[in-house]
Design a protein around this ligand. Structure first.
Ligand SMILES: Cc1ncc(COP(=O)(O)O)c(C=O)c1O
Length: 363
């Protein structure tokens, strides 16, 4: 095997990020401070959210605090997809509420509105779709269901910086939305999360919960946590904000090339009116997905990912008897191919040739 390994993801950190970190370290002020405040404002403006953003130390914290800030707690149910990273359901469970798993639609791997409506009980308080892989969830139908039943709507936008639906950016639909800033996401702050808040009361609550329940030192208003972002992380995030649009464009171009040329797999669809930002480029492999992924690595030196092979409703902490056929099929068939902005044209051609050859050979 002579060709270089193509990794499934590759965080990009440049001289500007290094200089920004150095600037903060030299300032002597490294915990939450002016860099965090500037990052919050710039993030809201950049993604045209038109609302307050509050930075925290991870996407998971962002979900947790967003839920707490909307009064979610013991006795409540929140409808979530099972086909997502466990952080979605974990954050609900950590508030004391119960995550209720609804099915996804296979066209875009996001919540199926019919399954959501069928999952509503008298304890349901909210619906929390995930904009999985960077494709917006079916927000128009989900907002209508939430309105009809008097439910809150939240957004897990961990993977969807810059995605939109009919011109509305994800992160501007729900009472709150969370963007993850983990290194493999479309932009990073090292670790971190950004909470977009529909109103000032929610934003204030998130600020309280992230800082031991205080806005003013030693005037604690509620029981809170330390989920603060540091100025070091915010400084990285501020630089990445200036680069994320170009990276997203490259992801979209890479995805267009893959979709135009791959054969033997089901390529991702984009809904009418949706802007997909391709955090992942996920195909469906009807026969022997695992064999294809193994051969891609061993025979062609190409990495890939399975997000997510075990649906949340079957994970040990959640074991739920619900039947979710779309979720089960996606978990069996999904395969995420490299789409990140560091791919060369040669890499893309290698991916197309290898996947097409393996798919046609039945892996
Ligand atoms: C869909 C989804 N939700 C939540 C999270 C949690 O974000 P973080 O890793 O920043 O805590 C992630 C990140 O992997 C995610 O992909």
């Amino acid at each position: 095997m002579t060709e270089a390994f193509i990794p499934p993801a590759k965080p990009i950190i440049g001289d500007e990020e290094r200089a920004a970190v150095d600037r903060v370290l030299r300032s002597g002020m490294i915990a939450q401070g002016p860099e965090v405040a500037a990052f919050e404002q710039e993030f809201a403006e950049h993604f045209k959210l038109g609302r307050a953003c509050v930075a925290v130390n991870s996407g998971t914290s962002g979900l947790h605090l967003g839920l707490l800030s909307n009064g979610i707690g013991a006795g409540d149910e929140v409808i979530v997809p099972s086909f997502t990273f466990a952080a979605t359901a974990n954050s609900v469970a950590l508030t004391g509420a119960t995550p209720v798993f609804a099915d996804i639609a296979l066209d875009d791997f996001t919540l199926d509105p019919a399954s959501v409506e069928a999952s509503i009980t008298e304890r349901t308080k909210a619906i929390m779709p995930v904009h999985l892989y960077g494709h917006p969830a079916k927000m128009e139908q989900l907002c209508a269901i939430a309105d009809k039943h008097g439910l809150l709507l939240f957004e897990d936008a961990a993977q969807a910086h810059g995605a939109s639906l009919h011109g509305t950016p994800v992160g501007a639909f729900g009472a709150f939305a969370m963007f993850s800033l983990y290194p493999t996401k479309n932009m990073t702050s090292g670790e971190g999360g950004m909470v977009s808040c529909a109103d000032e009361t929610i934003a204030r609550n998130v600020r309280l919960y992230r800082n031991q329940g205080m806005l003013q030192q030693y005037h604690n208003e509620v029981v809170g946590l330390n989920n603060r972002m540091t100025d070091i992380h915010a400084a990285i995030g501020r630089v990445q904000l200036t680069k994320v649009d170009a990276w997203t464009k490259t992801r979209q171009d890479n995805a267009a090339f893959l979709s135009a040329n791959l054969e033997g797999v089901i390529v991702p669809a984009v809904a009418e009116g949706a802007v997909h930002v391709y955090h992942q480029y996920t195909v469906r492999v009807a026969e022997d997905r695992d064999g294809l992924a193994k051969a891609l690595k061993e025979e062609y030196n190409i990495g890939s990912g399975m997000f997510y092979p075990v649906p949340n409703h079957r994970l040990k902490p959640f074991q739920s008897p619900v039947e979710l056929p779309g979720t089960e099929q996606a978990a069996r068939e999904c395969l995420s191919l490299p789409v990140h902005p560091s791919l060369s044209q040669g890499d893309l051609e290698r991916i197309v040739a290898a996947v097409t050859a393996l798919a046609k050979a039945g892996a």
